[in-house]
Write a protein that binds this ligand. Structure first.
Ligand code: NAD
Length: 297
């Protein structure tokens, strides 16, 4: 595909590797992050730091963002010196998990300015961002989807969710609630196993060859729990934000979410016990404390 100048705001755990993939694909990427050193590790030949989101949008027609919360995305898009104030921007693509309400509000405000909005939340963690194996869920007009799809192909597999702003965010919230929930259930099962004398690695192998297999036992436990590193790469505060938005959205739609509410409270407990910047796999440590065992290889 033709190389072009793209904008990218938010160079965190997910954003930085995604920018690298765009640069590797031959694009020039104009970037911005509030952390002054955030762009230090990016390839200097194909990326350029700008002084504000508006300055990014002065240079690029399509601007991506990968930011922590809905409030931050709203401010970065619509605030003073925000993306929408840029002279060149035509399309804003939000790769963050920010929920359907914000997507609807921001899409409406941008439509009045003649700027198109796409919500394109992603799943697959840092490894997926690095390797281009993310799931990318997109809601936007079909025309905008057709335009951005070849660029999103650098990030992973695309799923078009329709034209209604926020639809992709609903899919993403459902996924993230399940991903957090299986950490809790897997921790309970493995704590029981350890207390009964089983080796947790063997028990993970058994589960992964059986009907209980899930993303926690297949990926998160082997990488971040069994070695005791608790560094999978997703902050407790962000997972808590996602599950809170999920349960709230379900409630708005009249869908009871009893399991989701439990997961929400477990993440609240994890945040209270280990802090917002702890890794969300720290949820396992709460179960370990209650059970009086450690789930280690
Ligand atoms: P992160 O905290 O590592 O990165 C966020 C970046 O945004 C940081 O570099 C921060 O300095 C920057 N930032 C914050 N406020 C800013 C502002 N006002 N202007 C410019 N930059 C600002 O977070 P992350 O893990 O990369 O997640 C980003 C988004 O992607 C979140 O919405 C998260 O829920 C979602 N997500 C994360 C993962 C994961 O595994 N980490 C997976 C899928 C989706």
């Amino acid at each position: 595909m033709q190389s072009q100048t793209l904008g990218f705001i938010g160079l965190g755990r997910m954003g930085a590797p995604m920018v690298r993939r765009l640069a590797d694909a031959g694009h020039r990427v104009v970037v911005y992050d509030t952390r002054p050193d955030a762009a230090n590790e990016l390839p200097s030949g194909s990326t350029k730091s700008a002084a504000s989101p508006a300055a990014v949008a002065d240079e690029a027609e399509i601007v991506f963002c990968s930011l922590p919360t809905p409030q931050i995305v709203r401010d970065v898009v619509l605030g003073a010196d925000g993306i929408a104030a840029g002279s060149k921007v035509r399309v804003i693509v939000d790769l963050s998990t920010t929920g359907p309400s914000m997507a609807k509000t921001v899409a409406e405000a941008l439509a009045e300015k003649g700027i198109a909005w796409a919500d394109a939340p992603v799943s697959g963690g840092i490894a997926g961002a690095r390797n281009g194996t993310l799931a990318v869920m997109v809601s936007s007009t079909r025309q905008i989807y057709d335009e951005i799809e070849p660029i999103l192909a650098n990030f992973g597999r695309r799923f078009y969710c329709g034209e209604v702003p926020g639809s992709a965010q609903v899919a993403k919230l459902g996924n993230n609630m399940i991903a957090a929930g299986v950490i809790l259930l897997s921790a309970e099962a493995l704590a029981m196993g350890v207390k009964a004398g089983l080796d947790p690695s063997t028990m993970c192998d058994i589960i992964n060859a059986s009907s209980g297999r899930n993303s926690a036992t297949q990926d998160k436990f082997p990488r971040a729990v069994l070695p005791g590193t608790f560094d999978f790469g997703f902050a407790t505060a962000l997972s808590y934000k996602d599950v809170r938005m999920c349960v709230d959205e379900a409630e708005n739609l009249g869908v009871p979410m009893v399991g989701g509410a439990l997961v929400r409270q477990m993440l609240a407990a994890t945040k209270a016990r280990f802090g917002p910047d702890s890794d969300f796999t720290s949820m396992v440590r709460i179960i370990e404390e209650w059970a009086g065992v450690e789930i280690r290889a």
